[in-house]
Design a protein around this ligand. Sequence first.
Ligand code: GCV
Length: 723
Amino acid sequence: MSKRSKLCIIFALSCLASFPLRGEDGYNLWLRYTPVSDKQLLEAYRNSIGGWMIENSSPTADAARRELRMGLDAMLGHPVEEVKTLKYNGIIIAGTFDSPTLSRLDLKSQTKDIGAEGYIIRTMRYADRNITVIAGETERGMLYGVFHFLRLLQTRQPIGQLSIENAPKTRVRILNHWDNLDRTIERGYAGFSLWDWHKLPEYIDPRYYDYARANASVGINGTVLTNVNANALILTPAYLKKVAALADVFRPYGIRVYLTARFSAPIEIGQLKTADPLDPQVQEWWKQKVREIYQYIPDFGGFTVKANSEGQPGPQNYKRNHAEGANMLADALKPFNGIVMWRAFVYDNKVPVDRTKQAYDEFKPLDGKFRSNVMVQVKNGPLDFQPREPFHPLFGAMPSTPLMMEFQITQEYLGQATHLVYLAPLFKEVLDADTYSKGNGSSVGKVLDGSLEEHQLSGMAGVANIGNDRNWCGHPIAQSNWYAFGRLAWDHTLSPEQIAAEWIRMTFNSNPEVVNTITNVMMASREITVKYMTPLGLHHIMGYNHHYGPAPWIKDKPRADWTSVYYHRADEQGLGFNRSSSGSNALEQYQPQIRKIYEEGETCPEEFLLWFHHVSWDEKVRSGRTLWDELCHQYDEGADSVKWMQEQWNSLEGKIDDDRFLHVKTFLHIQQQEAVWWRNACLLYFQTFSKRPIPKDLEKPDQALEHYQAQEFRFAPGIRPRW
Ligand code: GCV
């Protein structure tokens, strides 16, 4: 048998291994590496890619090697030769600036500072040959460059004249898994946790590698493995061994592991009597614990902490403040370059006048009091990941403290597993919002990437939507939210459309009709969802505890701010929470430029009207309709637009694979029914206050309010069952 036929057989077998004939079940995410079918483009790619080489040798270089081989062979439809020298035209050479051949090109002097994770991709001449260089200062940079290069091919871009320099805008780009040790996931809608604690450290599920590949492909460089509602057991040797096994898998992909630290761990697993952060014994306990962790995981990243929030213990239990708590952990981590991500999602046991003011009130006075290896992790909005919230007023208000962003990728409040909602527009709306903290152009993005105040530390966290469902995220389109989070964490200036289009090309195909149709649906989806769930600035009117479906009637719960009536304040006069100076004055936490516009209902942007104002039912809004009529129209438009999403999706039949086509089609049917449910339940309920008819031209609810109020969902996902 000739060498070429042998290679072909090996190639065919390896294709079978990486692309089993089980159809498209979503497992391969956006890393499908489908063969290039356009003959001209294939020819051009084959001319530009005659072979490839990587001279570095390390686990990260091996990861790059595996990826390049898998991607090129599959997309070019033949085994692309791995070469040892630049022996002919069209070699792709990946490496570090100081690797033997690349060092001769003196790339460093021709490149601006791209830092430890940046890379270049450049078409160059070398000894009269055309080559493509993928290089970074470090192998992590090289690996990111390899994924970028493969993305160019996956999205069918020209690669003949490349001149790319790219570096991340934020340093810590991290997923937060709210995963429990029993493998349930708080607010998880895609099955159980990926982390099979019981079988670790011996059994390494191959899926861990694919998780690492997917993250590295979008530049995610950290993962917090455990729930912020933490269990101290994770810090015991039995579990640290398991964590170390995962860290070993992720390390070559540039991913560090982090854990959640339960503040009361010194009592629970250390037999101390207190967890007071100023107690020398407690401080010593944490120092010793951190030393132990680094023995297991030499590149451990640090801790995420939820303290004094929703029943979690914290420094306030000992009359200490958040900075004192965070600094104690920071001091223990400092010698190892570890960091603390201290969450600002706090609210007091005493129900405040306005819960949205609380994080600011507690944290703003602490600005400048945190150690240099602490970041304060702030949710995008001041309440809790609602379909729409204004940006959190802490952004721009703590100039001396690096603030990191916390987005929620899992769709706790956005239809959970079955609603198609592309979140990049939500993320982007917040990232682009102007805080005015240093005048015009002080965007949230600039606060968190550190550029506004010149902070070295910066970061973005996303609460993961990943579970052990075969397709990782439950809804086939929800993968795009993981992808978009990673891309925006790397570069918050990217556009949601661009991210959607590249994801669609890689995840489905590059047929322009497919790309345009799915992009349009994705781009419209968040606004549509806001309309059928919480239009005009409404918020927190979902089901109690499980947060599934509408329930604006929720009242009389252990805390007023866990109810819906606390937030919508519907009465016979009108609707909405007055947060202007005549109300809770939450607006005072923003800069004057914002206060000026939002203070009056007439100038307040309509999407936040009921967030900041209690508006009377008959008041005219921008459309010229009364508030009540506008509310009815927006709910109706939202529900109706899901039908449009269905029509758009249906037009894709035969243009994408049947499996995922049908999967999304079925989920859209659920979404459509649930959008109608939201519309009917909310309008019927608010009507008991407005006492006005639903406008004639709109569809009427086909059930009575009592029908919706009687719904119970005892086993809704994402919470521990209570019965
Ligand atoms: C992890 C919301 C969620 C909780 C979550 C909390 C948080 O309240 O409903 O499940 O707890 O946010 O972010 O800490």
